[in-house]
Design a binder for this molecule. Structure first.
Ligand code: F0G
Length: 458
């Protein structure tokens, strides 16, 4: 059998893409303030900006959308989604939200008081932003090995349980309104968390009476890693594994734009009756009535089908295989990535590829610009621009431990030849790495600066 199986689908509808000239790419970048978020997508050849909302829906999802019930209250589509929600996630209550950050926003608004802390393995940037917006403090307590790109571990997204316990004792559980974990760990390489670790995290939060919420964006991919790598789970289905994961938590936030394989959607789910009352009220103010939550009925239908498709073994085998293929080929070319390859994305170690650019001159930003200039490829910096910040207490600039560039792979969208082209372009960049220069920030907003900042080449 070949190592990497072909796509378990054939293509029924195509969307043309084009590679504009090198001159036009230069111009487009200048107009975008050297921020790939500012590019027009038509000027991008291969778009690895995100796997969020960019996936291809199946014929089953498209046909389910035609059955959408657009009633304001009590829509049939909500109850269809509820059947799937109950089966996979099993929380007592849920509300749909238009995407993940809306769920995070509601949860943060209701639970976090200024000065309080929210631990996780690693928060994603929107979660961090929502916590900080309530003047709370996000805390990342992942195992130390996660910061070493070349270390291969089966579950490199695990929380450091000793660090978590120490943190809770020193901070006092009364200052921790909720605890989280992100599966898979997007900010740290798309690495999975083991069931054993989830059990320990759950027990620790429980011991201190801290509500436990899972950021469930890529739960199906995490479940499949558990099936492949954790003893005792080989014969369980991804669905059974997902059920066990969520049985350990008090609630979850979810962006269905990932493992819901939809273009828009999400939810906030929880067991606590009283908190749910407040969630509903908050939702009505910000998102919509609790049976649609800022989505159309047809979106709820697509989500219901998508959650189940994301748990199919043939799909997950292809999904993880495709990402591993890209990662292993880059390693063969001597390009350091976070190892082992995760599920939804490959993360290049930009400080290793461009060692002559110091961190304050934004090596990750420089690499993402080089990828667009050389090949029309769009990938996103997850380093100093995304995670660096000025400490409000000391005024000091804080740098993240890694400057990464992420190539997130949309689900069911690109073929192996798109990946081969990407490997070739990156090999060309690596061959003339010293010719690239750093950048400085010309403009930045207060929060989530990477989306709208503008840069100047040095
Ligand atoms: N949590 C994680 C782990 C995420 O990766 C994201 C989004 C969110 C929460 C927020 O969800 O976008 O629906 O509001 N990540 C996207 C990405 C944007 O590119 O990784 P959202």
């Amino acid at each position: 059998m070949p190592k990497y199986l072909p796509e378990p689908f054939r293509i029924k509808m195509v969307e043309p893409i084009r590679l504009i000239s090198a001159e036009a790419r230069k111009e487009a970048l200048k107009n975008a303030g050297y921020n790939v978020f500012g590019l027009h997508s038509e000027d991008v050849y291969i778009d690895f900006m995100t796997d969020s909302g960019t996936s291809a829906m199946s014929q089953e999802q498209w046909s389910a959308m035609m059955l959408g019930d657009e009633s304001y209250a009590g829509a049939r589509s909500f109850y269809r989604l509820k059947v799937v929600m109950d089966e996979i996630f099993g929380f007592k209550h849920f509300v749909p939200t238009h995407q993940g950050r809306a769920a995070e926003g509601i949860l943060s608004a209701l639970l976090i008081k200024p000065g309080q802390f929210v631990p996780s393995n690693m928060h994603f940037d929107t979660t961090e932003g929502n916590i900080r917006a309530r003047r709370g403090k996000p805390v990342n307590l992942i195992i130390d090995q996660a910061y070493n790109p070349a270390t291969r571990l089966d579950f490199k997204g695990n929380m450091d349980i000793a660090k978590l316990k120490k943190f809770i004792r020193e901070t006092g559980p009364e200052n921790i309104p909720l605890g989280m974990i992100t599966i898979t760990n997007n900010a740290g390489g798309g690495q999975p968390v083991s069931m054993e670790n989830l059990r320990q995290v759950s027990a620790t939060y429980k011991e201190f009476d801290i509500p436990f919420f899972i950021d469930a964006c890529r739960f199906a991919e995490n479940a499949y890693f558990i099936k492949l790598r954790e003893p005792g789970y080989e014969d369980k289905s991804p669905l059974e594994i997902a059920q066990e994961i969520f049985s350990l938590a008090d609630g979850a936030t979810m962006s269905a734009k990932k493992d819901g394989i939809v273009n828009i959607g999400g939810f906030l789910a929880l067991n606590d009756d009283k908190l749910f009352e407040s969630v509903r009220n908050e939702l009505i103010m910000r998102e919509g009535f609790p049976t649609y939550g800022g989505l159309a009925g047809r979106d709820l239908e697509a989500m219901a089908v998508g959650f189940m498709e994301a748990l199919q073994v043939s799909y997950l085998e292809y999904r993880l295989g495709q990402t591993a293929y890209l990662g292993e080929r880059l390693l063969e070319k001597g390009i350091q990535i976070i190892e082992p390859p995760g599920a939804h994305a490959i993360y290049i170690d930009a400080m290793k590829l461009l060692p002559h650019i110091p961190q304050r001159e934004l090596p990750g930003q420089a690499l993402s610009i080089a990828m667009y200039l050389e090949g029309g490829i769009r990938a996103v910096e997850l380093g100093t621009v995304a995670f660096g910040y000025i400490d409000p207490d000391t005024g000091e600039e804080i740098f993240p431990r890694l400057d990464l560039v992420r190539m997130a792979i949309p689900r069911r969208v690109y073929t192996q030849s798109h990946l081969d082209y990407t490997v070739d372009i990156l090999a060309e960049i690596a061959a003339k790495a010293e010719s690239y220069r750093g950048f400085r920030i010309a403009y930045q907003p207060k929060l989530l600066r990477h989306f709208t900042a503008r840069f100047e080449p040095l």
